[in-house]
Design a protein around this ligand. Structure first.
Ligand code: FE
Length: 251
């Protein structure tokens, strides 16, 4: 069955990368939790989608240029319960300590759009230390970060193919680049996913998934296409739809 990945802890249901969202996800019948990481200026690793605090917190600033304590002063969760500040990666690992939900860790670029120098080995080391590396798959839009991941770990890493890249290269070009870079799995925006693209990936030996399936129509499409996995900001809705589909099939 198609795997469900709770995107940033279920942004549309719990806020973007919040303690509340991750804690809820840890207890859900989802397969994976997706999250994004950034370094602080003093060597810590923060769970946050953007390279800055501007959009999702009450604060501003570029995470990689800030001290951890200043990042931690920001409030990310204005409405929900529990811890309200951006999480360290170690705390995320703690939340999932007794959960069977797997990790889907995205390696983000910095504010300048380039990979953080030397960041990937620090991420794999932190996950290893917390005993989570073995249950982590990685993802990135950045080919250079996928190269860095291959050097740092044996864990699988998938290429997030953005709509402009897919349009520019075309499906054939994407498959060729994947081969050149030793990539075994790709994921496209759910609105660009179709059976033709999926079959083309399968013919090339690539696993195929999608990201950003947030509406009932998009989530239903992800299941209908029998994707390997999709990310969603609405994990509870995705579970509901999966359960309804399973009942239908059982009937
Ligand atoms: Fe992400």
């Amino acid at each position: 069955m198609t795997r469900i990945a709770s995107h940033r802890g279920g942004t549309l249901e719990y806020g973007d990368s919040t303690f509340a969202g991750f804690a809820a996800t840890a207890a859900m019948e989802v397969d994976e939790v997706e999250f994004d990481l950034h370094p602080t200026a003093d060597g810590r690793i923060i769970v946050n989608h953007d390279a800055t605090l501007d959009r999702t917190t009450d604060s501003t600033g570029v995470v990689a240029a800030m001290k951890a304590e200043d990042v931690r002063a920001a409030i990310v969760n204005h409405a929900g319960d529990g811890f309200r500040h951006p999480l360290f990666v170690e705390e995320l690992c703690d939340i999932f300590r007794s959960s069977k939900v797997g990790f889907r860790c995205e390696i983000k670029p910095g504010f300048d759009g380039k990979p953080y120098a030397g960041f990937v080995p620090r991420v794999t080391e932190a996950l290893e230390k917390a005993g989570r590396l073995e249950t982590t798959v990685f993802s990135s839009f950045l080919l250079d970060s996928l190269d860095a991941l291959r050097e740092a770990t044996d864990r699988p890493a998938l290429w997030l193919v953005s709509p402009p890249v897919l349009i520019q290269l075309g499906p054939r070009g994407v498959v060729e680049v994947a081969h050149l870079r030793g990539i075994g799995e790709i994921a496209v925006n759910i609105d660009m996913a179709d059976a033709k693209l999926k079959n083309m990936a399968a013919d090339a030996g690539l696993a195929f998934g999608a990201w950003a399936a947030h509406t009932t129509v998009q989530i239903t499409k992800a299941f209908a296409l029998d994707l390997k996995v999709f990310t969603t900001d609405r994990p509870r809705l995705a579970i509901e739809i999966r359960n309804a589909l399973a009942m239908e099939t059982a009937r």
